[in-house]
Design a protein around this ligand. Sequence first.
Ligand SMILES: Cc1ncc(COP(=O)(O)O)c(C=O)c1O
Length: 385
Amino acid sequence: MPRYRLLTPGPVAVPERVRLAMAQTLVHHRAPDFEPVFEEIRANLKRVFQTEQEVLVLASSGTGAMEAAVANTLSPGDLAVVVRGGKFGERWSELCESFGVEALNVDVEYGSAVTPDAVRSAFERAPEARALLVQASETSTGVYHPVEQLAEIAHEAPDRLIIVDGISAIGVHDIPTDAWGLDVVVSGSQKSWLLPPGLAFVTLSERALQAVRTSTNARYYFDLRSEIDVQPENQTAFTPAISLLAGLREALQIMLGDGLAALFARHEALARATRAAMEALGLELLAPDSPSFACTAVRVPDGVDGRALVKHVRDRYDMTLAGGQGSLAGQIFRIGHMGDLDGFDILSAIAAVEMALADLGFPVKLGEGTRAATEIFREFYGERG
Ligand SMILES: Cc1ncc(COP(=O)(O)O)c(C=O)c1O
């Protein structure tokens, strides 16, 4: 039986320890057995989000937390500046529209990070804008946006919020929520959290909590006021995804096992080695200047069909990579760096790409990519001790 090798930027490979925890006898969420589990999870989520605030847990995919962020902190008739540099930036814009919030879109070329100047000039045109919405890591392009600087710009007006989609960034990049003054940060379980899809997370600053109290939007399941009241007491407003939470407890222990710095360094090394390998093969990166550590997006070379490449890697080499989304379909492929992966998994992915390119007639020198990556991994594993 071939091994199922999952190297997409979500869902990700789930470690055995987490899978076994999810298979254990179900406890009732109102019974005393659940409380210590949720208490430990709450404390560890705060560590990964680097916040003193509560990190609320929702039973939904990541988009549920994005919807909750918009529905709870903005009101119909508000104006918001939205960084639109990929599929998920577009999603912020669509969510605003759905909740009666006017989006002033800052369009960014796919593969580039937004510049602080572009955001400043949007606020100059719309000083009444109540919020800035942005991805920290735009998974569809493999770009990291400079959220620290963007937070400073957003806060040039006192009550303005910065709302960050950290779905593929928290637990990957060092994003200290409180220290950077990020008002809303959301994430989703099928990314760095070593879990299947189904949980979403959202944390709110004091400024954002005030906005939740004054928002006039309609909301019910995603009414964060109900969760804000009960989660600090280790309860949830509705039936939580109990089995996923059992897995999350283990996953957080794994993530924090060697400390946060090691967690970020591992993602960075996997991403750096992948970029070096792709460049050594003569391929072009979509986001060379501000790359996300969640995934690496690579342009499909001329003469190669991008969809056929991803299919070939899967069918012949049992390796599941991701293609491009939306207008990038067929143009790029993406190698994920999150989940139960190490340098040797990345080396396998690079080897599979090399072989597939050769099979499809692209002139690669087999071993050039893996050679470049092993140089980086040798250093990384050496430093790790
Ligand atoms: C940056 C980003 N935002 C939003 C989403 C949407 O999350 P979900 O598919 O869990 O609803 C994803 C998932 O791929 C993502 O990577």
